[in-house]
Design a protein around this ligand. Structure first.
Ligand SMILES: Nc1ncnc2c1ncn2[C@@H]1O[C@H](COP(=O)(O)OP(=O)(O)OP(=O)(O)O)[C@@H](O)[C@H]1O
Length: 553
């Protein structure tokens, strides 16, 4: 736009405006030899943007493909790219630029290309790290086994993931490039006649004692541009990184309104003393950017002391949301409301957060779905068992260790002392689940919530873990809430069952009665979907053989 918005020829010298302050004809005044500052500023922008563009293109062109290749294939390719990148990073870029400037007679475009080469390691490292992070994701494996070529995986799956960090890096690089270019021009490198921001700052520096104003236009333009690039980068990064509908932060005002509403709502009368947990009228809503989505629409259930309640339903029916609401573990953008949530005689909606938190581990404990990912890979199993005991139960180190060993023995781990020294990746899924069960039992809770505790385990281990849960529940006379999508599991160990669908309870009752005569068609479908009573492979083969014999006869 420079030719259109310039007000004068940027190189024309007019002695009447030497060091002149802004006026109607010269809106930013005149410089130390009488040239129009505004016109030089806008022409300087052309070179500055072109230079930044060259840096970005060269940096991305070298760094991104090398990062994706190195990260995706690993091995020697990765090693050699990393070595080159480290070598480049250890060379002082400014000195190389000064040498190149000497050799090229200060050709700014060549200098910018060299600067791009020095920016490439930044892109390389970023892209490589992002590629390594997604390389082993199951969806990349799925693409490989579906026969998608490496090239398409890199372009379609991996480039998509690395796009957001590259955009952020590019904005920051553009800012750095503008600054470096101005620095070189300030030192007198580049065409002495061409208007440039660095040369304008150099001129301003030379006449700083007589005219301080001259420093303001180029400094403000550079400062504002570099800051704008940084802001633009993070905004673009957010836009490209968000593909699903954005959730909204629940504001303090929202929280206040809802807490007041919940308290006012908590009108449920106290349940009988043998009710360990009662949930009534539970609604959970998620605040999305443009609307609120209700995922639980008034759920009711209760479990007695010493009883096993199964909550059963297909994926997405709201089982986990129900138990997270009891445990107060819903994410920040979830809003839960209920007429009452009673845990061992306390309506937890009427107590404050810290009192509610104090119930966790002692009154009510939780066994998660994926045992391995619920253990911290950084710490030994012993540490992860004993630390909560020390923090929650106030035990000394030695006592906590002895107690952990005792608990591990109780959950069927034969050599607890060895297992205590292991890290989570060194144990099997079944063993990890036993460790988590031991941890949950540590505070001798009266209520245990197990959210699909066997989903991630293989079939034989599933049966053992269920058996263990049932045993422990009976021994400690706990109330056990077992979340599952499997009616077979319900039949095995539950006393009563609550069937959920689309965020609602569709049927509830004694397991025996529901199996005998399910009132709701959805319950019937779930029972029919259970494979427990289905014919085995051998039976199917035998029946097919009989049928074929019949046909040939
Ligand atoms: N963070 C969230 N933001 C928005 N909606 C959510 C969020 N978490 C869960 N939901 C929605 O809440 C509903 C119930 O989910 P929930 O996890 O309770 O299902 P589930 O029955 O436990 O399923 P699964 O057996 O797969 O664990 C689903 O429609 C789900 O999409």
């Amino acid at each position: 736009m420079a030719p259109l918005i310039q007000m004068h020829d940027p190189n024309r010298i007019d002695y009447n405006i030497v060091n002149a302050m802004p006026s109607a004809q010269h809106i930013l005044g005149g410089d130390s030899i009488g040239r129009d500052v505004w016109s030089r500023l806008v022409w300087g922008g052309q070179d500055a943007f072109l230079g930044a563009l060259i840096v970005m293109v060269v940096g991305i062109g070298i760094g991104v493909p090398a990062g994706i290749f190195g990260g995706f294939f690993g091995g020697m390719r990765d090693l050699s790219f990393s070595w080159i990148s480290d070598a480049l990073m250890s060379v002082p870029g400014m000195i190389v630029l000064l040498i190149v400037a000497g050799g090229t007679n200060g050709n700014m475009m060549i200098l910018m290309a060299v600067m791009g080469v020095f920016m490439a390691p930044g892109y390389y490292r970023l892209t490589r790290a992002a590629t390594i992070a997604v390389r082993n994701e199951p969806y990349v494996d799925a693409a490989k086994v579906s026969g998608v070529s490496n090239g398409r995986i890199m372009m379609g799956h991996i480039l998509r993931v690395v796009a957001a960090p590259i955009i952020i890096q590019t904005s920051l690089t553009a800012g750095v490039a503008l600054g470096m270019q101005a620095g070189l021009q300030f030192l007198g490198i580049g065409d002495p006649l061409a208007p440039s921001w660095g040369a304008m700052m150099s001129d301003a520096m030379n006449s700083i004692l007589t005219n301080q104003w001259l420093m303001v236009p180029p400094a403000v333009v550079l400062g504002v541009l570099i800051a704008s690039f940084a802001i633009m980068g993070s905004t673009l990064g957010q836009i490209t990184g968000t593909r699903s509908e954005k959730t909204r932060r629940v504001t303090r005002a929202d929280r206040k309104r809802l807490t007041a509403l919940t308290r006012a709502h908590a009108t449920d009368a106290a349940p009988a003393s043998d009710i360990a947990v009662r949930v009534s009228g539970l609604k959970v809503t998620y605040a999305m950017s443009k609307r609120e989505i209700e995922v639980l629409h008034g759920v009711d259930f209760e479990v007695r002391t010493g009883e096993v309640l199964g909550i059963v339903g297909e994926s997405g029916s709201g089982k986990s949301q129900s138990v997270f609401a009891i445990l107060d573990l819903l994410p920040g953008n979830a809003i839960s409301r209920a007429d009452g949530i009673w845990i061992n005689g306390t309506n937890v909606l009427t107590i404050d957060k810290s009192q509610r938190r104090a119930l966790l581990g002692r009154e009510i404990a939780y066994i998660p779905q994926e045992p391995i990912s619920n253990l911290d890979p950084m710490f030994t199993i012993g540490h992860q068992l004993t630390e909560p005991m020390r923090a929650v139960l106030g035990m000394k180190r030695r006592a906590a260790r002895d107690y952990a060993i005792q608990l591990l023995l109780r959950v069927g781990i034969a050599d607890p002392e060895r297992v205590m020294k292991l890290h989570p990746h060194e144990v099997s899924g079944g063993m990890a689940q036993r460790v988590l069960i031991a941890g949950a039992l540590a505070g001798r809770p009266k209520v245990l919530i197990a959210d699909e505790p066997t989903t991630a385990l293989d079939v034989t281990v599933q049966a053992e873990v269920l058996e263990l849960l049932r045993e422990l529940q009976a021994e400690e006379n706990m109330a056990l809430i077992l979340v599952t999508h499997n009616f077979g599991v319900v039949a095995d160990i539950c006393d009563r069952v609550t069937v959920m669908k689309d965020g609602r309870v569709v049927e509830a009752g004694e397991v025996r009665d529901i199996f005998r005569s399910p009132a709701n068609p959805y319950t019937r479908e779930l029972i029919d979907a259970s494979l427990d009573d289905a014919e085995s492979r051998t039976e199917l083969d035998a029946r097919e053989a009989q049928r074929l014999e019949g046909v040939s006869a």
